[in-house]
Design a protein around this ligand. Structure first.
Ligand SMILES: *[C@@H]1O[C@H](CO)[C@@H](O)[C@H](O)[C@H]1NC(C)=O
Ligand SMILES: *[C@@H]1O[C@H](CO)[C@@H](O)[C@H](O)[C@H]1NC(C)=O
Ligand SMILES: *[C@@H]1O[C@H](CO)[C@@H](O)[C@H](O)[C@H]1NC(C)=O
Ligand SMILES: *[C@@H]1O[C@H](CO)[C@@H](O)[C@H](O)[C@H]1NC(C)=O
Length: 526
């Protein structure tokens, strides 16, 4: 099991960050969730808002390409050199490591030359569009803290959309449009982040700033997080307190910088001139040498450590919170509704810890089934009011009548009480005992009283059998119907067809062949 903690690289990052991050130290790092302080009552914990260190998030993502077979080299093909469209004998071959350009190369270490890069197949099928979706997934909400930077080894695409998802890829929103000609490509007026302001910072724009080109300085595309931060924190992000204040109070702004997935939609490769050179289609493809995404796990200001375990990021929650994003209170710590920590007041913020489920009025726990307690004067006691989830009792610790305790659920589980479902025809009432057994009427059995004991049959509840062709036979040629009655031939009646109908009516004739016929004594001849 591979276990990496952001904390373990923390020390290294701090030394680097003091060079790379222009932030002054005074606004607070939120890098501690609690400290011990000394008061008149002795040593106590002081809790503070805290968050993981900002880090390189590309180490924790999964990348997916659409179409899946768009990477060059299978089968091997030749393409034109970057910057020299007439030298078209470069090779891409997926089966030869030195000539392969798999997606991982977008996230490996750059800084050596020549750089390593992912490359798509060439635009052989022109004029059919050459389009690629590159999806980066974290399976975790993360907060972006720095510009997203994409370095194209080929020219920058003529048209591209950067998109984000906040719900693990179920829905997507555009983040920014990029085009050589915004009006033509997306029917949008070109804008730059510099045209925005505090009030329009969430506007989605199309930018022509990163238009196509082949020179080394023009390989890069930004999504400008820092310029957007600067609307609140000032030009060199000197006043982060002001930004944090805004993030605290404006959910939309916080969500704007929060993602679970990013998607780069490459819509049209760099063409360079106005017309596509159809004789040299091997000039046109996408190649990306580097993608930078810096951010931190979103832990709602309740954790400084984010663990990467089993290819999954999880906050290591403090303040008695729990969940992947520390998004709820731990069991038995639901004394007040969960809330995220707050950046304010600067510099330590407010922890908003979860408190034990004991309300301030008396010692009343309701196991999360009620958030209201009431003091009963007469009994001098506190009880939970309107217990939910079919619970009842002073602490909502019992199940309502007609429900029983779910043995596999904790007392504070919403499923703690299960309906009895006693069969209304078979049971004496709708209550059951602690293991869900109902009380059955005579002749009835089964946990829910919906089965009959031997010798009984279901007919609006269990009725004793009248006939069953085993012990209880219909007589005189009668037949047993559903165990509840004998169907008798016309001449007979009675429950078992044991009586003559005429006997019942008292109308049987006196010598209707009942008596033995008189016969002459037989003589014997010798
Ligand atoms: C990229 O994603 C969009 C949105 O789901 C979809 O319409 C488009 O067909 C995809 N493109 C490719 C090349 O898969
Ligand atoms: C969380 O609960 C533990 C006991 O389980 C307690 O010791 C600790 O102080 C609590 N922390 C906070 C922040 O309330
Ligand atoms: C009992 O509780 C467990 C745990 O919450 C739950 O998964 C299960 O569905 C419950 N059983 C019933 C019958 O509701
Ligand atoms: C409920 O009743 C059934 C059947 O009589 C019995 O087996 C079970 O032990 C009872 N459960 C409890 C908790 O009393």
């Amino acid at each position: 099991m591979y276990l990496s903690r952001f904390l373990s690289i923390h020390a290294l990052w701090v030394t680097v960050s003091s060079v790379m991050q222009p932030y002054p130290l005074v606004w607070g790092h939120y890098d501690l969730c609690k400290t011990q302080i000394y008061t008149e009552e002795g040593k106590v914990w002081d809790y503070m808002a805290c968050q993981p260190e900002s880090t390189d998030m590309t180490k924790y993502l999964k990348v997916k390409l659409d179409p899946p077979d768009i990477t060059c080299g299978d089968p091997p093909e030749t393409f034109c050199a970057m910057g020299n469209p007439y030298m078209c004998n470069n090779e891409c071959d997926a089966s030869t490591p030195e000539l392969a350009h798999p997606p991982e190369l977008m996230f490996d270490f750059e800084g050596r030359h020549p750089s390593t890069f992912w490359q798509s197949a060439t635009w052989k099928e022109y004029p059919k569009p050459l389009q690629v979706n590159i999806t980066l997934s974290w399976s975790k909400t993360i907060e972006l803290t720095d510009n997203i930077v994409i370095t194209f080894e080929s020219g920058r695409p003529d048209q591209m959309i950067l998109e984000k998802s906040l719900d693990y890829g179920r829905t997507w929103q555009p983040y920014q449009y990029y085009a050589t000609d915004c009006l033509d490509a997306f029917h949008m007026d070109p804008k730059s982040v510099k045209d925005l302001s505090q009030h329009t910072v969430l506007e989605i724009i199309c930018t022509e700033e990163y238009s196509t080109g082949y020179t080394t300085n023009s390989k890069i595309i930004h999504f400008e997080i820092k310029d957007r931060f600067a609307f609140f924190a000032g030009p060199r992000l000197r006043n982060m307190a002001s930004l944090y204040g805004q993030l605290d109070t404006t959910k939309k702004l916080r969500d704007f910088f929060t993602v679970t997935d990013l998607r780069i939609r490459l819509l049209r490769p760099a063409v360079g001139e106005i017309f596509v050179d159809e004789l040299h289609l091997a000039r046109y493809f996408y190649a990306i040498s580097d993608i930078k995404v810096r951010g931190r796990c979103k832990c709602n200001l309740h954790a400084t450590v984010c663990v990467y375990d089993n290819s999954k990021l999880t906050c290591e929650c403090e303040h008695n919170t729990t969940g992947p994003d520390c998004g709820k209170c731990k069991k038995n710590y639901q004394g007040r509704p969960w809330s995220p920590g707050s950046y304010l007041p600067i510099p330590k913020g407010t922890a908003n810890t979860c408190i034990p489920s004991i309300s301030s009025i008396g010692n009343c726990e309701c196991f999360g089934h009620s958030n209201r307690c009431s003091y009963i004067d007469l009994l001098n006691t506190v009880i939970c009011v309107s217990c939910k989830h079919n619970t009842r009792g002073q602490h909502c610790e019992l199940c309502r009548l007609g429900y029983f305790r779910n043995a596999s659920a904790q007392l504070d589980d919403e499923n703690v009480c299960i309906e009895c479902y006693c069969n209304p025809l078979g049971s004496i009432h709708d209550r059951c005992n602690g293991s869900g057994f109902c009380e059955c009427k005579t002749g009835t059995t089964g946990p829910k009283c919906d089965e009959c004991l031997p010798g009984n049959s279901w007919h609006y509840g269990c009725q004793p059998n009248v006939c069953d062709n085993e012990l209880l036979h219909c007589q005189n040629g009668g037949t047993c119907h559903n165990n509840v009655r004998c169907l008798c031939p016309a001449a007979y009646t009675g429950i078992l067809c044991e009586k003559l109908r005429c006997e019942e009516a008292g109308s049987c004739g006196s010598d209707s062949g009942q008596g033995a016929p008189r016969t002459a004594p037989q003589r014997c001849c010798c």
